[in-house]
Design a protein around this ligand. Structure first.
Ligand code: KG4
Ligand code: ZN
Length: 341
């Protein structure tokens, strides 16, 4: 089954074709980051307009790469939510219209399920059950995953998402938008011994997170030590270290609590090298296997949506083609997938 996937939930236009037999046939991504950088963050109205401009050309490009034409497709998957309503509407409307005109089924995919399943798009996929650490610009969640669609929330951020916290702290240090990758780069030149940031909510039981205090700690550190040479590098290093150690601590607890032996990490912050290395070391120590998506599928992309949609369409699920976007949507509302996997 060949499924076209469309991602337009925020500031990346992503398109891909996934074939349930042959795997990923082609994918393309257009990032609006440069356009939003001028404003220091995503401007929803500009995002929707740019998706409208880029989506159709990207679909043609991906079909060419996949050596397919529209009539070869067996289904259309698009991100239905969560995300920016205007941006979601672009992918949802085009996805539904295409499915209707081609007479093929459509499915609205949960953006975070796309992220969660991205590590499975490789030759050696993680075995169920597993703990999933979902770390993106809008979400920080630990999930118990028994199978596709069988998700139980173990913990989540009570305030800022971890990517949001990277972006806000990066903004404070004068690194543009999106700040996560820039902050991680700056941290490579910092002295880890200069400052120690708190490890929020690790001093009490539970699997929830809180990241907003780290940003405040960074503001106060900059205010008190602003004249020191290397101050920004040192703050970046201490901030990243605190975030990574907090995430590792909670992953360790989640594995212990569930008794699972497998951890998957997905979402934009999953591209962070420091986090990847620390979790790999932790996995070796504890005997747990740790899986990440390929780097290009950590941040938003069309491939993860095509893949998640293909799994559900192949299992016989589909949606009405009059579907609207769903800016707020809990993953636990998703139906379990019948049959394999
Ligand atoms: O998953 P994603 O592309 O979009 C959402 O669904 O939100 O995640 C984007 C987030 C941004 O906050 C970005 O700063 C962060 O992921 N990010 C990183 C890195 N690469 C992306 N944060 C830390 N280190 C990175 N290397
Ligand atoms: Zn995302």
């Amino acid at each position: 089954m060949k499924v076209l996937g469309i991602e337009t939930s925020c500031d990346e236009t992503g398109v891909a074709v996934y074939d349930t037999e042959a795997g990923l046939l082609g994918h393309s991504l257009y990032s609006q980051a440069i356009m939003h950088a001028e404003y220091g963050g995503v401007v929803p109205e500009l995002a929707s307009r740019d998706h409208i401009r880029k989506l159709v050309p990207l679909i043609h490009e991906v079909l060419d790469k996949s050596e397919l034409c529209l009539t070869d497709l067996d289904g259309i998957a698009f991100t239905r939510g969560p995300g920016l309503m205007g941006a979601l509407l672009v992918g949802t409307s085009l996805g539904c219209s295409l499915a209707l005109s081609l007479g093929i089924p459509a499915i609205g995919v949960h953006h975070m399920e796309g992220h969660l399943l991205a590590p499975m798009m490789q030759s050696n996929p993680p075995p169920f059950p597993f703990v999933a650490l979902l770390v993106s610009g809008g979400h920080t969640q630990l999930m118990s995953v028994q199978a596709v669609g069988r998700y139980e929330m173990l913990g989540q951020s009570v305030d800022d998402a971890v990517g949001e916290s990277f972006d806000k702290t990066a903004g404070l240090l004068g690194l543009g938008y999106p700040g996560g990758p820039a902050l991680a780069k700056l941290a490579e030149h910092g002295d880890l011994n200069r400052f120690t940031f708190p490890r929020p909510m690790t001093d009490r039981p539970g699997l929830d997170f809180s990241f907003s205090g780290l940003k405040t700690f960074a503001i106060n550190t900059l205010r008190d030590h602003g004249d020191e040479p290397g101050i920004k590098e040192n703050i970046a290093a201490a901030f990243q270290q605190a975030v990574v150690e907090t995430l590792v601590n909670k992953c360790r607890r989640a594995l212990r609590q569930t008794g699972f032996q497998t951890l998957i990490v997905a979402g934009g912050v999953g591209a962070n090298q420091c986090l990847r290395q620390r979790l790999e070391t932790e996995g070796k120590k504890s005997g747990a296997q740790v899986f990440f998506p390929p780097m290009e599928f950590c941040t938003d992309n069309g491939a993860m949506i095509a893949y998640a949609g293909a799994l559900r369409l192949a299992a016989g699920q589909h949606d009405d083609t009059s579907l609207a976007g769903k800016p707020r949507w809990s993953m636990q509302e998703l139906p379990a997938l019948q049959g394999k996997p």
